[in-house]
Design a protein around this ligand. Structure first.
Ligand code: MAN
Length: 545
């Protein structure tokens, strides 16, 4: 770097002339490092002076690029690194011109931005001019991007056309469906009434046959269950008697707390028994087989519960009574408890399924009379099913269309084409999937919900958010940011997890390819025209029906 010094005028003059020869020359007439568009700013005044671009100083024009920094803004050294803060212009003929910081001039590094090597001109470092090749590659890449964008824009125009036409179509369809609601609901109500009537007619008309068949079907079960109930009731009564005898005969002078507790528990049981309202039907034989069966089952569970309560009382005493008292009554009760535990354990299995036993389905009755009623009932049921299907279809249709019409598919309806379209991406560990405007998931042996579409981010309609996914262990609920870029197909090109449980999906799609300006207006006009025509056509068809 040169110094302005009055002490060494000869050295200074030599250095200045060297600097002028190496630094002040450039391809255009401007000083080195100055772009053609800035050349007009580097012209000396009539006394060969020049002012810094920030106006901070006036210096001799010969001091521009003299490798000494005079101006605060560094504008006097566009072609040397003396200031370091200015811009050095590389013409890069054969590629695209660029500007680099002047600190990178002659720093021994061939800067990529200066493919012509003009940033290293001091002879210390040889930088070949590679602008032709680099330019050719860049042009090829630009051509590729351009053709992707052209094709993408063509496809996007198709999306827009579809989206706008679809909106008109959906609006019309919604109107049609809404006009059908009353009709299908009425038909459904009528069909329901008819089906109920037919069922009642069947039940009434086939009553005696059905009851006979049912009786036959349930008889063995009822017999079996009656036997079990009888056995269980005997066991319960035996436990009750045991406790009753313990209560009466134990030696009250011993004040054995375990015995006292059991006796008072038994008293409570007896009181509760007395308070219980009788639920068992008195005369089972007068009931229908179904009721008989139910009553038996209910009674069995009551008896089983009682056995459990009484045994708990005896068992409590058995564990805690004072053996030293040798109270006969207590010993007798303990003996009964031991015997009970052995026999009950082996017979308990018979009751194991009792609590879960459910009534078997009714067998069909096959008399011709009953069959007639059943056929009528079946066909009324079919009509009802059909009416119910139609009604659900209309309601679901309305819901589905309302959902789609309420969605934000962008100002030109581009994204209507992609709603509910699903895409997968497989990495080494998971297969990620997203159904656009729906849900995102992470799948391996099981599926983890990553979020539900919650809206667009920003105003560009190219970033979607999916939130409220499965909670992350020790972290937030999972979520997905889906970032779109232009492509000729719609597909996920990468999935990453930049933050724990926050996923980044990159999706390429024609839906975000730029449409050259001006084209949109023309297209919009054509589309509006087309929508009007399609709408009219739909209304005409609807009216014809
Ligand atoms: C699972 C996956 C990962 C996530 C961890 C968080 O392994 O969902 O993507 O980072 O859970 O614990």
């Amino acid at each position: 770097m040169k110094t302005h010094s009055v002490c060494f005028p000869i050295l200074a003059t030599l250095a200045l002339s060297a600097a002028v020869t190496i630094a002040n020359v450039s391809n255009n007439n401007a000083p080195r490092g100055v772009s053609p568009s800035n050349a007009k700013l580097y012209v000396p005044d009539n006394v060969n002076n020049w002012s810094c671009l920030d106006g901070s100083k006036t210096i001799p024009f010969s001091a521009v690029n003299d490798d000494y920094c005079d101006c605060i803004d560094g504008s006097d050294e566009p072609g040397t690194s003396a200031c370091g803060t200015g811009q050095f212009y590389c013409a890069n003929i054969g590629h695209t011109p660029s500007n680099i910081k002047t600190s990178r001039v002659n720093d021994g590094v061939c800067d990529e931005e200066c493919c012509d090597g003009s940033d290293e001109y001091d002879g210390q470092t040889q930088c070949p001019n590679v602008c032709e090749e680099v330019g050719a590659t860049a042009r090829e890449e630009n051509d590729r991007i351009q053709s992707v964008q052209n094709e993408g824009a063509r496809l996007r125009r198709g999306f827009i056309k579809h989206g706008k036409a679809n909106k008109v179509l959906l609006t019309n369809e919604l109107e049609t469906l809404r006009s059908q609601v009353d009709h299908v609901q009425l038909a459904l109500n009528d069909a329901r009434d008819a089906a109920n009537e037919a069922q009642e007619a069947y039940l009434e008309g086939s009553k005696s046959e059905r009851e006979a068949t049912r009786k036959q079907q349930l008889e063995p079960l009822i017999q079996e269950q009656t036997k079990r109930l009888k056995y269980a009731s005997e066991v319960r009564d035996m436990l009750k008697l045991t406790l009753q005898s313990l209560k009466e005969n134990h030696n009250k002078n011993f004040h054995d707390m375990a015995v006292k507790g059991t006796v008072s528990g038994f008293d409570d049981y007896i009181v509760a028994q007395g308070e219980k309202t009788e639920t068992v039907e008195d005369d089972l034989a007068t009931l229908s087989s179904d009721r008989q069966f139910d009553a038996l089952m209910d009674e069995t569970s009551v008896v089983l519960r009682d056995i459990g309560t009484l045994h708990d009382l005896l068992d409590g005493m058995k564990r805690d009574y004072n053996t030293e008292y040798n109270d006969e009554a207590v010993l007798a009760a303990v003996k009964v408890t031991d015997d009970f535990e052995i026999t009950w354990d082996s017979s308990r299995l018979d009751f194991a399924d009792v609590e879960h036993l459910v009534l078997p389905e009714e067998l069909p009755v096959d008399s011709p009379e009953a069959e007639k009623f059943r056929d009528a009932m079946d066909s009324a049921q079919e009509v009802f099913n059909d009416a119910s299907g139609k009604e659900s279809k209309v309601q679901e249709g309305i819901r589905d269309i309302e959902r789609k019409l309420n969605m934000d598919f962008g100002p030109d309806e581009t994204f209507a084409q992609l709603v509910d379209n699903c895409f997968d991406f497989k990495d080494t560990e998971y297969t990620y999937s997203v159904c656009l405007f729906g849900d995102a998931n992470q799948n391996s042996h099981s599926s983890t919900h990553l979020g539900k579409f919650s809206g667009w981010e920003g105003d560009n309609y190219d970033v979607q958010m999916y939130t409220g996914g499965a909670k992350c262990w020790n972290g937030p609920e999972r979520s997905v940011k889906l970032v779109m870029s232009c492509g000729t197909t719609t597909e996920i090109v990468s999935v990453t997890e930049p933050e724990k449980c926050e996923y980044l999906f990159k999706l390429q799609t024609p839906a975000v390819c730029p449409i050259p300006e001006g084209e949109v207006d023309e297209q919009e006009h054509q589309q509006e025209q087309q929508q009007v025509e399609e709408g009219e056509e739909h209304t005409r068809k609807h009216d014809e029906l």
